[in-house]
Design a protein around this ligand. Structure first.
Ligand code: NAG
Length: 185
């Protein structure tokens, strides 16, 4: 009887302690986001992925990566204490349908892909570690707020036509003020 009471008290104390602890005591500061897009035809043209058809004909999202201008850089939230785990229930059905369209994993499980991006790039920065849905909504909003096709078309860059990375960079910088980078997967 006495043992049980003690055990209960101990458990109660543990629950209170867990509940009163902030999810992440040290959010990692960052200076800017990289919006990482992929051109499905090129991604699927590598040996790395077995893409399911049909392959999307337009840019899709890979992730939103908060970054720093200076050292210490960070590129992996899972190395920081207190990062939060992806909870697929944080994405309501309406948003999930949008993500399926704009943020597909052409070669596997969508949720595993979103979860990996969130855990690696979102789970240790404010406010995403407190609000996972905001991570996905922000990524989608930023990625769709620039009409890349018009920008590229205006510079004479069209699907299937010859171009260079330099031409793409220059066109995007001229119209958005941001320099794009080539991300190697
Ligand atoms: C699919 O998801 C995995 C992680 O789960 C990721 O490494 C991979 O890049 C994704 N594939 C594509 C084509 O986006």
């Amino acid at each position: 009887m006495k043992m049980n009471a003690l055990l209960l008290l101990f458990l109660a104390a543990m629950v209170v302690r867990a509940a009163s602890q902030p999810p992440n005591p040290i959010p990692v500061p960052y200076d800017f986001y990289s919006v990482v897009l992929q051109w499905p035809k090129s991604v699927c043209n590598t040996d790395r992925y077995q893409c399911t058809k049909p392959i999307p004909p337009s840019f899709t999202l890979h992730g939103l990566w908060p970054q720093r201008y200076s050292f210490p850089c960070f590129d992996d939230c899972t190395l920081y204490p207190g990062n939060t785990k992806f909870d697929k229930n944080s994405i309501p059905d309406d948003d999930r349908n949008v993500l399926i369209q704009y943020w597909p994993n052409m070669s596997g499980d969508n949720e595993a892909f979103w979860g990996r991006e969130y855990e690696k790039h979102g789970s240790c920065v404010h406010p995403f570690y407190l609000d996972q849905l905001t991570y996905f909504i922000t990524a989608h909003r930023v990625a769709t707020s620039t009409d890349l096709y018009s920008i590229l078309l205006a510079a004479g860059i069209i699907c299937g036509g010859p171009t260079t990375f330099r031409a793409i960079r220059t066109a995007i910088h001229a119209s958005t003020g941001f320099w794009p980078h080539r991300a190697m997967q």
